[in-house]
Design a protein around this ligand. Sequence first.
Ligand code: SF4
Length: 341
Amino acid sequence: MTELSDPTEYLSLSYSSLNLADTCMRKFEFNKLYPRRPRDSDAFAADVGTALHHGYQDFLVNQDLEKAIWELMKSYPYGSEFYQRTDERSLEACISTLEEMTHDANMTEWEIINIKRPLTNAEREANNDSFNRFGPPIFDESGVVVPAIEVPFALRLKGIVLPDGRGVEFTGFMDAALRHRATGDVRTMDIKTHRRTLVDATPKYKFDGQQVPYGIVLEHLTGNPVEEFEVLYLDTYIDLVTPRVQLYPFRKDPDDLQEWLVNTVLQVQRIQRAAEMDYFPRTNGGCMSWNRPCYFLDVCESRDKEAITEWMLMGEAPEQRPRESPWIIAEIDVFGSEGNA
Ligand code: SF4
């Protein structure tokens, strides 16, 4: 694995998009390979989760509940709340939940690891400290030192090339990287916010691979080999009256990383083959998700690319999401050589 400094064209695949491809290749195609309209209010639950992330992450850095609530309030999707007319994820419910998170998972014995990330163009021009929401930054031309919170990363899979010439990269955001103040042990964390009523979520997280590649990110972040580390899931039930926070920690080692890599390569090769055939098959497993029909049920009948694009956009301009520049880019030689199987 080596650092790269020359990003070329890559198809970015995340943990969730690979899982989507496992569920239905056609749905993956619709979501990842066609232009889409800008997001609408369906993103309310996700936006509420983001606001809670911001509040709790601020608490991890500053250990100041009032400031954390302020961060939550700044990020809360007020407009969507009115549209949804729901109080399950109201601002009050989120504040109550954040209080529970900071009480049950205050992590005072852990410190956030620092990372030097690249400056953005705007930061270079502004040359001030307004870009660090966690406090005064330390920066120079080579980057800015910030707490390792919401760390965007890209792991490029060397040897896999799509028919259009693009490479493939596995991308994601690490919610937080922490070091134990006494033992020096390292831990990564993922915050899960939801309204599920599962009593014990161990089966959900025990072999979940989302945080396994964070071991590679940790190595780059600390500059040291990481033989073993802890992944922590902060499982958070959002509620006004009875919010609930449960911690699920698991140890990960090189065997887990190897398994993640094998799985990821198999998933990506399947996508690569479908792209080569220009044919993403429909699922055999039915088209319901969360007790709702698939959003693409009608358009799924068609294989006409123009008609599908028209349906996707419905006269609107495609969404242009600015791509987050990864703070850490690593290349993984998945075949152990230059070749592609
Ligand atoms: S309608 Fe069914 S086959 Fe088509 S994308 Fe949705 S889940 Fe897949």
